[in-house]
Design a binder for this molecule. Structure first.
Ligand SMILES: O=C(O)CCC(=O)C(=O)O
Length: 269
């Protein structure tokens, strides 16, 4: 299965429609050149990651312009697209009384869509916890692997990576590949790479982490997207700038790693 991770860089002066155009062209180019089975984009790249002052005005429902553009793009280029996340406007207030969520979206070429609402909100009281509703559903989805079989993909977003119990739930739900879009700052990028490798080793799964590059809202993003094998081997790692990573993974390695080093059955719950 071939993965393409687009580690997008941006600043403060690009509008959301202009960025959607630019990203669509990047997706078209990589699909044309590399024929991946899955393309991954970062967290909140449309409404500008950390710039939460823009979120209210750029929020939209699941059938809004961003999600519709991503659905059309996946169909046009014939690929499964993990479009990263956007600010979703919910139909009614959730348990915390908020009407916005940080929602990831996976779209297949034939228009099947899976949404995941970020469970762990980042911001220590401000930003996400103040503005967004938390997701309460652990989500996996089946995507075509390119060999005629399907792969179970576990969904999570950025700060979720610090909470291993979520990934145990995804493991128990059959995840073979964990995809993590992010807007993770440079200041803690060492945690980003370390935690991704830890999740791969402890759950014996592939981990594909797609971060943001550039500086926006005064925060330098960390880049260093990576793909990690169930053995812990880092198969590819990006630098700090905008970059596209293309990596072939053999999903049979999940079963063979678990068979040759059967640590998971030794869990004591
Ligand atoms: O946990 C971190 O250090 C960064 C998390 C983050 O930036 C996010 O979830 O948006």
């Amino acid at each position: 299965m071939r993965l393409a991770l687009i580690q997008l860089g941006y600043g403060d002066d690009e509008t959301m429609p202009a960025r959607i155009e630019r990203v669509s062209d990047l997706v078209r180019e990589v699909v044309d050149r590399e024929r991946p089975d899955l393309v991954v984009l970062p967290e909140l790249w449309g409404p500008t990651g950390f710039d939460y002052r823009k979120w209210e005005s750029l929020a939209e429902p699941l059938d809004g312009p961003w999600a519709s553009a991503m659905t059309r793009l996946a169909a046009e280029v014939g690929v499964t697209l993990h479009a990263g996340s956007f600010i979703e406007r919910l139909a009614s207030p959730g348990a915390d009384g908020r009407t916005l969520a940080n929602t990831s979206l996976v779209v297949t070429a034939d228009g099947e869509r899976t949404a995941y609402r970020k469970i762990h909100r980042f911001g220590f009281g401000s930003g996400e916890p103040k503005l967004l509703e938390a997701g309460d559903e652990v989500v996996t989805t089946q995507i075509p692997s390119g060999t005629g079989e399907s792969v179970t993909v576990g969904l999570s977003t950025c700060y979720d990576l610090r909470f291993p119990e979520l990934y145990r739930r995804l493991l128990d739900d059959g995840a073979e590949l964990l995809v993590v879009p992010a807007a993770w700052p440079m200041a803690r990028v060492a945690h980003w790479t370390l935690l991704g490798q830890a999740r791969a080793v402890e759950d014996q799964v592939f981990v594909a982490q797609c971060n943001t590059a550039g500086t926006h809202a005064g925060t330098e993003m960390g880049g260093h997207s990576q793909v990690v094998a169930p053995t812990g081997e880092v198969l590819a790692e990006a630098g700090a700038d905008e970059e596209v990573l293309v990596v072939d993974i053999d999903t049979r390695l999940v079963a063979s790693t678990r068979e040759s080093f059967p640590v998971i059955p030794d869990r004591r719950l």
